[in-house]
Design a protein. Structure first.
Length: 548
C-alpha cells in the first residue's frame, strides 16, 4: 500500500488454494497422486493488508501512540515515541545520502535503540544488516561491510570502539542521538515523503547465514516476504494489542525478525531480555524460540503464555508434548531463504504425529526427486519451496543464487528454492521431516540419516534432546540430555527400532547441549568435544565441562 495513511489493519484470508496449470512433469504420477500433489503443495491464498512491514507499525503508532511498544530492563517506550525517534534518525540518515537500495549496518545488542534503528532504516526505503556487535568477530563484521558495501553503521555507544576504525564507513551511536524537539532535524522530518517510495520487492533486511560451511552469504529478504509470514495466520501467532512477546534471540538470526517485526506490526509489547531468558518468558504471551532454547525454559513458570512457536532445528516430541499441554504450540520449518518459516503444524499432542505441518499462506512446497520431478505421495524427496516467501537471492553472489534458486515450473510464476531438507507427504497432507540432505551420511556401506537416529533416541523415557554425529570414518557418536538419562535404556530403544549400523558406538549424557549464538545445537563444538574424548584414556559417562 503506497500511502500509509490509508492503512487499515484487517486480516484477509481466502481459503481457496493456488491453482496449478498443465505440467508435463506430472505425467509419471497416477491420477490420484497428481490430485494430491496439487492439493498438498499449496498453502491458502491470503490477501496481505500491506506489503511494507513498517507501515503496519506506523498504523499502531498513529492509532495507539501511548501503547507500550517495548520494555527493556526498567526502560519502556511507547509506539508514538518509538515512531518519533525513528523518524528523527531516518531524517539524519537521509541527510547522509542513505535511501532506497542502500544497506545500513545495524551492529547492536538487544535494546530499545535497536528498535529505533530498525524502523529508521525501513522508513527511508533502505535495508538493515543485523549483527550482534558483542558476539560477532571483527573479521566477520569487516567481511559483511565489504560484501554489502555498507557506508553507514548504526551501533551503541558501549561498542563504538569496536567498529569506529572500519574504513570508508560512518558510525552513529543510536543511544547518543539527540531526540529533543529542539534538535534542528526535528523541524524538518522528511520520512513522510520517503516512506511511500518503499516497494514491496525492496529488501527489508539482509540476513547473513551462519557460515558454518565457509563464508556467510547475505540473503535478501524483501518487505513482501516478511509481510507474507508475519501478517497472515498462523505466522502472526495471534499477536495483538495488549499481548506481550518475548525477544530472546540474536538479532543476526532471522527468527529475531519474527519476534521484533511480528510484535511491532501487531501493536503488541516486546519484552527484550537480558541474560535471564526465563524471566522474560514468565511474562510473555507469545514465545518464539529454537527447540534448544525452549529446552532451557520451564513452562510451569510461564503462567501467561498462550502461544509458542519453534523452528531452526528439529523439535523433539517430548518437548512438543510438554508445551502443547500448556498452550498453542507450533512446530515450524524453513530456511532463511524462504523467509523465517514456510511450513507450520499446530501440534496438540492428542495422539497425532509431530510433523513440520503444511505450507503457510501464499507459499508452496514441492517434494521432488533428484531430477526435480514430483515424488509419489509418501515417497521421501527433497523440499523445493515456492511462493511469496521466496527471498530475492544472495547478495552479490549470482553463481550461488543460480545454483539454489530456479524458475517455478509448476506455477510459472516466480522462483522456487532448493532447501536441501528431506521430507514426504503423509496421507493427511502433512510434511514428515527426515533431516537435511547433507545430514545423510554413508556409514558402513549404508546411507543413514543422523536426525532420524536422534529422533529415535528422543523417544527414550526422560530423554529430552539428542544430537547424533558421524565421527571420523567409522564411528557414530550421540549426545543426549539430561545427564540422568539411562544410556542402557537408550541402547535398547535404538536396538529395538534401528538396524545395527545406525546405533552410535558412543553415547554421552550432558545436562545441556552447547548452543551457537543463534540458539541451535553447536555441532562443531560437539564434534571437537568427541575428538578430545577419544584422546582421554578414561571416559566419564558425563562429559567434563572443561572439555567443551
Amino acid at each position: 500500500m503506497s500511502d500509509p495513511a490509508l492503512f487499515t489493519y484487517e486480516k484477509h484470508t481466502d481459503k481457496n488454494h493456488i491453482a496449478f496449470g498443465h505440467i508435463d512433469s506430472f505425467n509419471h504420477l497416477s491420477t490420484h497422486d497428481k490430485y494430491l500433489f496439487k492439493k498438498f503443495a499449496a498453502g491458502p491464498i491470503c490477501e496481505l493488508p500491506t506489503t511494507c512491514i513498517h507501515h503496519a507499525f506506523e498504523f499502531y503508532a498513529r492509532t495507539t501512540p501511548n501503547a507500550i511498544a517495548a520494555i527493556h530492563k526498567k526502560d519502556t517506550i511507547t509506539y508514538g515515541e518509538l515512531n518519533r525517534r525513528a523518524d528523527l534518525l531516518a531524517t539524519y540518515l537521509a541527510t547522509q545520502g542513505i535511501g532506497p537500495g542502500d544497506y545500513v549496518g545495524l551492529f547492536v545488542r538487544r535494546s530499545i535503540p535497536m528498535l529505533i534503528g530498525i524502523m529508521a532504516v525501513l522508513k527511508i526505503g533502505a535495508a538493515y544488516v543485523p549483527q550482534d556487535v558483542k558476539l560477532a568477530p571483527e573479521n566477520q563484521l569487516r567481511y559483511i561491510i565489504d560484501k554489502a558495501k555498507i557506508s553507514v553503521i548504526l551501533t551503541l555507544s558501549a561498542y563504538h570502539s569496536k567498529i569506529k576504525h572500519f574504513e570508508n564507513t560512518k558510525t552513529l551511536c543510536i543511544d547518543k542521538v539527540n531526540h529533543s524537539t529542539t534538535n534542528p532535524l526535528a523541524t524538518k522530518i522528511i520520512t513522510g515523503n520517503i516512506t511511500g517510495k518503499t516497494n514491496s520487492k525492496d529488501p527489508c533486511f539482509i540476513l547473513f547465514t551462519s557460515g558454518t560451511t565457509g563464508k556467510p552469504n547475505g540473503v535478501k529478504v524483501t518487505h513482501e516476504n516478511v509481510c507474507n509470514i508475519l501478517l497472515t495466520e498462523p505466522g502472526d501467532l495471534g499477536m495483538k494489542p495488549g499481548m506481550k512477546v518475548s525477544q530472546l534471540l540474536n538479532i543476526a538470526f532471522d527468527m529475531a525478525a519474527w519476534e521484533i517485526l511480528g510484535c511491532l506490526s501487531h501493536g503488541a509489547t516486546l519484552l527484550i531480555r537480558e541474560s535471564n531468558m526465563q524471566a522474560v518468558a514468565n511474562d510473555a504471551d507469545v514465545i518464539i524460540a529454537t527447540p534448544s532454547i525452549l529446552h532451557n525454559i520451564d513452562p510451569e513458570q510461564c503462567t501467561h503464555v498462550k502461544t509458542v512457536a519453534v523452528a531452526g532445528e528439529p523439535c523433539s516430541k517430548p518437548l512438543a508434548d510438554k508445551w502443547s499441554q500448556k498452550c498453542a504450540f507450533y512446530n515450524c520449518c524453513g530456511p532463511t531463504e524462504t523467509t523465517i518459516v514456510n511450513t507450520a503444524q499446530h501440534y496438540t499432542g492428542t495422539g497425532e504425529p509431530l510433523t513440520i505441518g503444511k505450507p503457510t499462506p501464499n507459499n508452496t512446497i514441492y517434494i521432488l526427486n533428484a531430477d526435480q520431478f514430483p515424488c509419489k505421495i509418501g515417497e521421501i524427496g527433497e523440499i523445493w519451496a515456492g511462493g511469496k516467501g521466496i527471498s530475492a537471492g544472495y547478495l552479490n553472489n549470482p553463481t550461488l543464487t543460480n545454483e539454489r534458486y530456479a524458475p517455478d515450473p509448476f506455477l510459472n510464476d516466480g522462483m522456487m528454492f532448493r532447501t536441501r531438507d528431506l521430507a514426504r507427504w503423509t496421507k493427511d497432507g502433512e510434511l514428515e521431516f527426515f533431516g537435511r540432505a547433507d545430514d545423510q551420511v554413508k556409514f558402513k556401506g549404508f546411507r543413514i540419516e543422523l536426525d532420524g537416529i536422534s529422533s529415535v533416541i528422543e523417544s527414550t523415557p526422560n530423554c529430552t534432546q539428542a544430537t547424533t554425529l558421524k565421527y571420523n570414518s567409522h564411528q557414530l557418536v550421540a549426545f543426549i540430555t539430561p545427564s540422568n538419562v539411562d544410556c542402557q535404556q537408550v541402547r535398547k530403544t535404538l536396538e529395538k527400532n534401528l538396524p545395527y549400523y545406525c546405533i552410535p558406538e558412543h553415547i554421552y549424557t550432558m545436562e545441556t547441549l552447547p548452543l551457537t549464538d543463534r540458539g541451535k545445537v553447536d555441532k562443531r563444538k560437539l564434534r571437537s568435544f568427541a575428538e578430545k574424548l577419544q584422546r582421554v584414556s578414561t571416559l566419564s559417562p558425563t562429559p567434563s565441562e572443561e572439555l567443551i
